[in-house]
Design a protein around this ligand. Structure first.
Ligand code: MG
Length: 444
């Protein structure tokens, strides 16, 4: 409504609304379809957090940690992802022994205040355990806010910037031809982005499904010679029909990562992921000066100071964040906003060790940020869909979420209980067991 029309309208007897109008900025004013006071008119009673608990479940044989926050309003609860699959019991303790007594009785709608208070509640802060615990609560509070407001979380974050979320899938194989075949299979299903990883014979290559004799031996030089040949093959066979990605997984010495990024340049990757470990971020300046291969980095970051210089220095193209690892939606949306000012696009971590609740949170944020880049995605098993009604769905190469209030996903605790986590052995033996040919330990 124009200012002129607004003044005319107010002079025609809309007296009851006048105080509201006087406090409303003019300019590009549009009368909302439903009064903004609709929620307030419900005269909702104050809310309190009455309980917080963790639910550990493994419907796809991957240990997931989900947090359930219950409120004083009957039937109103929220769910959040706190999955640190290698250390689920430690997160469980952080939530139930420490965050629960700190937060019960607080107003669950004070999301930012609860995040800030929880962050300093241990004095010593950051790290995957404490940040995941905070995330479990944080996502659950956004879920509660959405349910109370009657809106999906993407709406609370500013509304949809896109109809759905472009995803990438993982293709791997023992040979170049295997990888090509698997990429073609995804393309036939409508996917436009595929991450390609190939086995290096005799070595435990990251991301390739072939495990030669459960070898846990790794040599980087064979790998950095093999990968450019893989992408040469793929570009010849697939032309430019598909966007290709690759994950180095911080497995090579920095100088070999530099060479690899340069060698891959002719094959026009959508991005090259984690060329360096978080301990070697100083090398990104050198990388940027030597290649135009787009770079994605950050899935192991916990602390804002780790990603800040890479973004503000315009040293990466995509921010890779495991949302629960950085403290949940509240922190991830701030990271996305920061990245927007530096033309860095989002690429939230989305493998099997993110619960379906975490995937839903990823997609809600993807929908609402203008600088969305790509979303890592997976098919949910039937058991996961049974345990988590409302999982995001894949169609035409996109992730879709439903429009139910909150995150739009639930947890059937009876079904989840049918898939207890395996505590014996207490963690995946693949972690901390990768060694060089001479026996020296190397990064995973
Ligand atoms: Mg990765």
């Amino acid at each position: 409504m124009h200012r002129r029309d607004l003044l005319k309208w107010t002079s025609l007897g809309a007296g009851a609304s006048l105080p509201w109008l006087l406090t409303t900025p003019l300019g590009s004013f549009e009368q909302p379809a439903a009064p903004l006071s609709a929620v307030a008119d419900k005269k909702l009673s104050p809310l309190k957090i009455t309980d917080i608990k963790t639910i550990l479940t493994a419907p796809a044989k991957i240990r997931l940690v989900v947090v359930k926050v219950t409120t004083s309003e009957p039937g109103l609860y929220g769910l959040g992802c706190a999955t640190f699959t290698q250390r689920p019991r430690v997160v469980e303790t952080a939530v139930e022994k420490y965050l629960k007594p700190f937060l019960v009785g607080k107003d669950p709608l004070q999301i930012e205040d609860i995040w800030q208070a929880s962050f300093v509640s241990s004095y010593w802060r950051n790290g995957p355990v404490l940040n995941n615990a905070i995330s479990g609560v944080d996502m659950a509070l956004w879920d509660i806010l959405g349910k109370r407001a009657g809106m999906p979380v993407y709406q609370l974050l500013g509304g949809k910037c896109r109809k759905a979320v472009d995803v990438y899938r993982h293709a791997s194989g023992a040979t170049f031809q295997d990888v090509e075949r698997n990429i073609r299979r995804f393309m036939e299903q409508g996917y436009r982005y595929v991450r390609a990883q190939v086995a290096v014979p005799g070595y435990a290559t990251y991301g390739a499904t072939i495990k030669p004799g459960r070898s846990q031996t790794w040599e980087p030089s064979y790998y950095v010679r093999t990968v450019p040949r893989l992408f040469e093959h793929l570009r010849k066979q697939l032309s430019d029909e598909v966007e290709l990605l690759h994950d180095v997984h911080e497995r090579v010495p920095p100088v070999l990562a530099l060479r690899l990024a340069k060698d891959l340049e002719p094959y026009r990757l959508f991005f090259l992921e984690d060329p360096f470990s978080p301990e070697d971020v100083g090398y990104f300046t050198h990388l940027r000066q030597q290649t135009t291969t787009p770079i994605a980095m950050g899935e192991l970051f916990n602390n804002p100071n780790e990603w800040l210089p890479l973004v503000t220095g315009r040293l990466i193209d995509f921010i890779r964040i495991h949302m629960s690892q950085v403290g949940g939606l509240s922190m991830a949306r701030k990271i996305a906003a920061l990245c927007e000012f530096f033309a860095v696009r989002t690429a939230w971590h989305g493998p099997g060790d993110v619960s379906p609740v975490g995937h839903a949170a990823n997609v809600h944020l993807d929908l609402a940020v203008p600088n969305f880049g790509i979303q890592e995605a997976r098919d949910f098993t039937q058991a996961e869909q049974d345990a988590f009604p409302g999982c995001p769905t894949l169609k035409d190469g996109y992730y879709w979420v439903n429009d139910k209030p909150g995150l739009g996903i639930d947890l059937d605790e009876k079904v989840a209980a049918q898939f207890p986590i395996n505590d014996d052995p207490p963690f995946d033996m693949q972690w901390g067991n990768l060694r060089r040919r001479d026996g020296a330990i190397t990064k995973p």
